[in-house]
Design a protein around this ligand. Structure first.
Ligand SMILES: Cc1cc2nc3c(=O)[nH]c(=O)nc-3n(C[C@H](O)[C@H](O)[C@H](O)COP(=O)(O)O)c2cc1C
Length: 161
């Protein structure tokens, strides 16, 4: 079993673009983490403390629902997990995804896009959502539309066997 998967959440398309490039580069399957209720522009307004994203992110235990499908991690040993940084961490819908599926003994390569923030302690928080046997790898923040060559170098530096 050496199949790789790129799983991503993207509210406005930036992380999705990178996820697709990584999938192409690594010949991996790709899976979109889809919210049951799509985020509108108003939902994403971080300047409004009453917007959906502000409310979800101020309550760390919030678990926005994701579309139910037959997805399973079974056939993958490495899962690249991509998302936008929201309030210095992963959107809590990513926690929903992690808690819903089995990541025991799998590698999870975290990557994100952002307006400039780094991952900070994002991975430490995500770790709490999965089995202790999952191994996280820090893929960092991939901003500025990296070229296929830059992504190739990024991938090689991860040293995933
Ligand atoms: C609700 C919300 C909160 C955000 N918080 C941060 C943040 O803390 N730091 C940052 O650099 N960018 C932040 N951003 C910007 C996004 O991380 C950035 O635009 C990202 O590339 C969007 O990816 P997407 O198009 O895949 O959703 C935030 C965006 C939203 C909508």
């Amino acid at each position: 079993m050496t199949k790789k998967l790129i799983a991503y959440f993207s509210a406005s398309g930036i992380t999705e673009k990178i996820a697709k490039k990584i999938a192409e580069l690594t010949d991996s399957d790709i899976y979109e983490i889809k919210p049951k209720v799509k985020y509108t522009a108003a939902d994403l307004n971080w300047m409004d403390k009453n917007s959906r994203s502000s409310i979800e992110m101020s309550e760390y235990t919030s678990r926005p629902e994701i579309v139910d499908d037959n997805f399973s991690t079974d056939e993958y040993d490495t899962i690249f997990l991509g998302f936008p940084i929201w309030w210095y961490m992963a959107p809590t819908i990513v926690n929903t995804f992690l808690e819903k599926h089995d990541f025991s003994n799998k590698k999870i390569v975290v990557f994100a896009t952002s307006g400039g923030s780094r991952l900070g302690n994002t991975i430490e928080k995500l770790r709490l959502c999965v089995s202790e046997t999952a191994k996280f790898i820090d893929g960092g923040v991939l901003n500025g539309s990296p070229s296929q060559d830059a992504l190739k170098e990024w991938y090689q530096n991860l040293k995933i066997s």
